[in-house]
Ligand binder design. Sequence first.
Ligand SMILES: [Zn+2]
Length: 454
Amino acid sequence: MTVTADLLIRARRAVTGDAAESERPLAVGVIDGRVVAVEPLADSVLNGRDTLELGEDAVLLPGLVDSHVHVCEPGHTDWEGFASATRAAAAGGVTTLVDMPLDSVPATVSGGALAAKRRAADGQCHVDVGFWGGVIPGNTPELEPLAGAGVAGFKCFLTDSGAPDFPPVDAAQLTGALRALARLRRPLLVHAESARAAAAPAVATAPYAGRGYAGYLAANPRGAENLAIAEVIEAARVTGGHAHIVHLSSSDALPMIASAQREGVRLTAETCPHYLTLTAEEIGDGETACKCSPPVREAANRELLWTGLRERVLSMVVSDHSPCTPAMKAPEVGDFDLAWGGISSLQLGLPLVWTQARRRGIGLPQVAAWMSAAPARLAGLAAKGKIAAGYDADFCVLAPEESFVVAPGRLYCRHPETTPYAGRRLHGVVRLTLLRGQPAGPGRPRGKLLRRTQ
Ligand SMILES: [Zn+2]
């Protein structure tokens, strides 16, 4: 039977989101914004009213799913907002983002707060947007209504989040939340740094030094992550809940995560482009653009995180796009104590990761699995993250061998000047982003607000 699609994509090079498959020539048919057929290009009998013909210099990827984005609207729209964040996402090949529950006002810790966030986002989004809910002390009665209203899952902190309306939970509250969420079949994302370790004076290490990166690193040791992760593992083990470690920085924790996964504990973990790109050795005094928490660590730590990805202990790479105003980075004084901890990299995630991956002999099928398929799975987005029949027609067309130098003027987030990547040469130019079969951004916002239903 000959099918006439609305859009036919003929790609000499395509990856589907499955790490085990290699790049291959595919024809992809799209009807009503959905993929209806995927065929080997040579045998394809698909027809299309419109045809997109890709040459040897471009690869068709599933649209990226970034499950770790702080949009900050409503409340801190001067930091970032739905219009600017989703415009940056579209320019970076990201077709779905999932918004974190803190850094906006209100924080997404109740059904009412979720409704306020959806109202703020409505009609502004250039890509699809989902939402995480928050777990804070005392909001247990809100978890079921939030899950019913379609949050993808929940996030909590084990140490001070920096946001007064998003306090951390203790070990008993963590266990209680995982137990409740196991019943609701939602994951709990955990910012795993230990409050106990953070409160203890680090007598063995250097004092907290204003402009010196070494001082910042010493004040935020691997041990604070390791201790918290051990606690998360035990809570997941006793409850059967799914715990997900966000933004892993300490490579020390990889063996215990791997061992828990082998034992069948429901535990997943992500890392971020900055931990896979930057190194503590290269961060100069006063370079607060590089401040995030947990911190970027040494080059040897970075290599072990790459090993963790290769060995599938870490299953995904997401941005932790965490914006702020330029002044919040304390650029004049360059003081790591005063500066906001967070890096904005939504638009650059793919080229950052690809630049490092290709140096290490890792191919695009693996990168797509880390940046599309795995985050879609975490957020329960059944129609996202892969190129396959029945999935949304969300694509990123990447020129992987082309390079560019990061110029803040070409970034679309609200405050592009806060990027630590200015002047860096990166491989991988995003030529086109398609959301449900049509170009995403800068025209009329077509992004939908997503609800998790399963
Ligand atoms: Zn974050």
